[in-house]
Ligand binder design. Structure first.
Ligand code: HEM
Length: 403
């Protein structure tokens, strides 16, 4: 087993994870992991089948996972952990406020935020591109989307980094580790909860054109979201929508660095940027594993799985399944179609995928415009987040040249 401190260093993450996915696949598309007491689903077809059947494979892990009282408040609007029909009700309600038009309309703001962040390092040839751009961009976008005052954006950053520090977790956390980690972040959870409730009350009294105001009036069949459901959804947005996009941008740059010539290809033909973003998503998924619980006895790829079993569904391994992808171990920015599973599949398919894609495309285009070269001078200086929590670069010092 690799210690988590080692895993947060490059090249460990970039080499160890693909090796792990390969050895998991070599053991078969589905298998029981005695050491961890979980079922591992790794073949593309089985991963897609599990995610497509939320009745058999529940997203509600609460009967078998540790919980913490303060988290109960967040669970209400947090529909990623819900099953039908409750899931549909909430997703339909928030979809009313978070429409493709709303996302599309954010493009000029995202461009302006990216430009401002890069202006701040305009006099430097060497900077940490995660600190300068990949980390602040998505949090500012989400905070603006929610209509949070600009002065409070830093609070959001602090909460997100506490929730994602993974300080309490090793590489293979057990239930006791998880309980400790939940306990450690409980004060942050309470602080966020109180803040968002206050923001909701303010918006109710002073509605604006922001997502929070829209969520307050969204209605399906005469039903509206309750305040606590909005709090849970906002927490979900913060958690799911921030650090994942940070990871995507950082992972893109570190992967391009590992595949010299990629930036040149994209600069010659910026029309390839969207395909390149998809290939980075396939190559290094920020959430390479999702959890599911069997709601009934089931047979999957010949294995009899009892009810209330925990399944780890390996998107990272499925994304490199030779049965689905030609030359899966080749990083190919022209790959198309690219049916990767990084945003999930089925009813829980990532709600924010259009926003994540938009942010990544805009940020990469701007980087290509501003700099002739972006080089990682020392790979020893790259660090990753705790991969038990998320696969994403945390620090990426780069050296740039300008036209
Ligand atoms: C769901 C990944 C960005 C909001 C998911 C799921 C995955 C995922 C794998 C499915 C979880 C499951 O089935 O259990 C990612 C990745 C992102 C990203 C890799 C960036 C690269 C975002 C952004 C937002 C967001 C920017 C919001 C602005 C959500 C929400 C769900 C979700 C609300 C729950 C959907 C549901 O349960 O119906 N995401 N996400 N995500 N994501 Fe994302």
């Amino acid at each position: 087993m690799v210690a988590s401190e080692q895993l947060t260093q490059t090249p460990s993450v970039l080499d160890v994870l693909p090796d792990r996915w390969q050895s998991l696949r070599a053991a078969g598309p589905v298998g029981y992991d005695d050491a961890q007491g979980v079922w591992r689903v790794v073949g593309y077809a089985d991963v897609a089948a599990v995610l497509a059947d939320p009745v058999t494979y529940s997203s509600d892990l609460s009967p078998i996972a540790p919980t913490q009282q303060d988290f109960e408040a967040f669970r209400q609007g947090n529909f990623v952990g819900m099953d039908p029909p409750e899931h549909r009700k909430l997703r339909t309600l928030v979809s009313q406020a978070f429409t493709p038009r709303v996302v599309h309309g954010l493009a000029p703001r995202i461009e302006a935020v990216c430009a401002r962040l890069l202006d701040a390092v305009a006099d430097r040839d060497r900077f940490d591109v995660v600190d300068a751009l990949a980390y602040p961009l998505p949090i500012i976008v989400i905070a603006e989307l929610l209509g949070v005052p600009a002065g409070d954006h830093r609070l959001f950053q602090e909460w997100a980094s506490t929730l994602f520090s993974g300080d309490q977790l090793g590489e293979a956390p057990d239930m006791a580790d998880l309980e400790r980690a939940l306990e450690a972040i409980a004060p942050t959870v309470r602080e966020m909860n109180d803040y968002v409730l206050g923001h909701i009350r303010h918006r109710r009294a002073h509605p604006g054109d922001d997502l929070t105001s829209k969520l307050l009036t969204a209605e399906v069949d005469g039903v509206r979201l309750r305040d606590q459901e909005i709090v849970g959804f906002v927490a979900l947005l913060l958690v799911a929508g921030h650090i994942t996009t940070t990871a995507l941008l950082g992972n893109a740059l570190v992967t391009f660095d590992r595949h010299p010539g990629t930036l040149g290809v994209l600069r010659d033909d910026p029309g390839k940027v969207p395909d390149a973003v998809e290939e980075v998503l396939r190559w290094l998924p920020p959430f390479p594993e999702l959890g599911r619980r069997t709601a009934r006895p089931v047979v999957l790829s010949g294995h009899e799985i009892p009810p209330d079993s925990l399944l780890m569904v390996h998107l990272g391994a499925a994304n490199r399944d030779p049965a689905r992808f030609t030359a899966p171990e080749a990083f190919d920015v022209t790959r198309s179609p690219n049916p990767h599973l990084t945003f999930g599949h089925g009813i829980h398919f990532c709600f924010g995928a259009p926003l994540a894609r938009l942010e990544a495309r805009i940020a990469l285009n701007l980087l290509l415009n501003r700099f002739c070269s972006i080089v990682v001078p020392s790979h020893d200086d790259i660090t990753f987040q705790n991969p038990s929590v998320i696969v994403g670069v945390r620090h990426l010092p780069v050296e740039v040249t300008r036209p």
